[in-house]
Design a protein around this ligand. Structure first.
Ligand SMILES: CC(C)(COP(=O)(O)OP(=O)(O)OC[C@H]1O[C@@H](n2cnc3c(N)ncnc32)[C@H](O)[C@@H]1OP(=O)(O)O)[C@@H](O)C(=O)NCCC(=O)NCCS
Length: 189
C-alpha cells in the first residue's frame, strides 16, 4: 500500500518526511537495521543477526509492501537520512481480518522528537480507512517505558502478558506485553 507524503516539524525545529519506501532508501535502511539493533535492547534482533538483510532483499520487501493491499511500510527521513520506519499489517484470513498489527523503531538520535507520535497518527488513519477493522494490536518489551507512553497516548491498552518472552544474551528474561487499540470503543462499551 502506498501512502501520501507527510511533512511535519520536529520538536528541534527540523522538518521530517514520512513516505512509502523508495529504492534509494535501501542503503539507509540496511544501516538503520544494524545500528538500531545495537542501540537498544527493545528491538528483537541483535546486530549480528542482521547479516541476512541484503540490498536485493530490502528492495524486494519495499516492492512487496508497496504493492500489497494488506501491508504498508512508512519510512521517516530527516535531512534526507533514514531515521526509522513503521509498518501496519492487516490480517487476511476471514476470522482475523478485523485485526491489524503495527510495529515501529527509530534510531536513537531521533527519539523524543515527535516522530513516533506522527507515525502512529498516520498508522491509525490508515487503519480507520480499512473497512471492517475493529482493532490494532502490538507488543512491547518489559521496561520500554517510552514505547508504552507513546502507545497509551495513542489509545492502546495492555491486554495481556507473555512471561519471559525474551531472553537476552546475558540470560536476563523479559516479559512481553500485548496491547490493543479498539477502533470503536464506544460501540463495544
Ligand atoms: C518507542 C519509540 C518508537 C517512540 O518514538 P518517539 O519518536 O521517540 O516518540 P515521541 O517523541 O513521539 O513520543 C514519546 C513520548 O514518550 C515520552 N517519554 C520519553 N521518554 C520516556 C520515558 N523514559 N518514560 C515514559 N515516557 C517517556 C515523551 O515525553 C513523549 O510523550 P509526549 O509526546 O506526551 O511528551 C522510539 O523511541 C524508538 O524507536 N525506540 C527504540 C525502538 C523501540 O523501542 N521500538 C518499539 C518496540 S515495541
Amino acid at each position: 500500500m502506498l501512502i501520501q507524503d507527510v511533512s511535519f516539524p520536529l520538536r528541534d525545529g527540523r522538518t521530517a518526511l514520512l513516505r512509502s519506501p523508495l529504492p534509494e532508501d535501501v542503503p539507509g535502511t540496511l544501516e538503520y537495521l544494524v545500528k538500531s539493533a545495537g542501540e537498544t535492547e527493545f528491538i528483537v534482533r541483535y546486530p549480528e543477526e542482521c547479516g541476512k538483510y541484503t540490498p536485493e532483499g530490502e528492495l524486494a520487501l519495499f516492492e512487496r509492501k508497496n504493492a500489497s493491499p494488506n501491508e504498508a511500510m512508512i519510512v521517516c527521513l530527516v535531512d534526507g537520512k533514514i531515521a526509522g520506519n513503521c509498518e501496519i499489517v492487516f490480517y487476511n484470513q476471514i476470522k482475523y481480518r478485523h485485526r491489524a498489527t503495527v510495529a515501529i523503531a527509530l534510531l536513537r538520535e531521533y527519539w523524543n522528537l515527535g516522530i513516533g507520535t506522527r507515525m502512529f497518527q498516520e498508522l491509525i488513519r490508515i487503519a480507520q480507512e480499512r473497512e471492517g477493522l475493529l482493532q490494532m494490536e502490538l507488543d512491547f518489551s518489559e521496561g520500554n517505558s517510552r514505547a508504552r507512553a507513546l502507545y497509551e497516548k495513542m489509545g492502546f491498552r495492555i491486554t495481556g502478558v507473555k512471561p519471559d518472552a525474551l531472553r537476552l544474551k546475558d540470560g536476563t528474561l523479559r516479559n512481553e506485553y500485548m496491547m490493543v487499540r479498539k477502533m470503536h470503543p464506544e460501540k463495544e462499551a
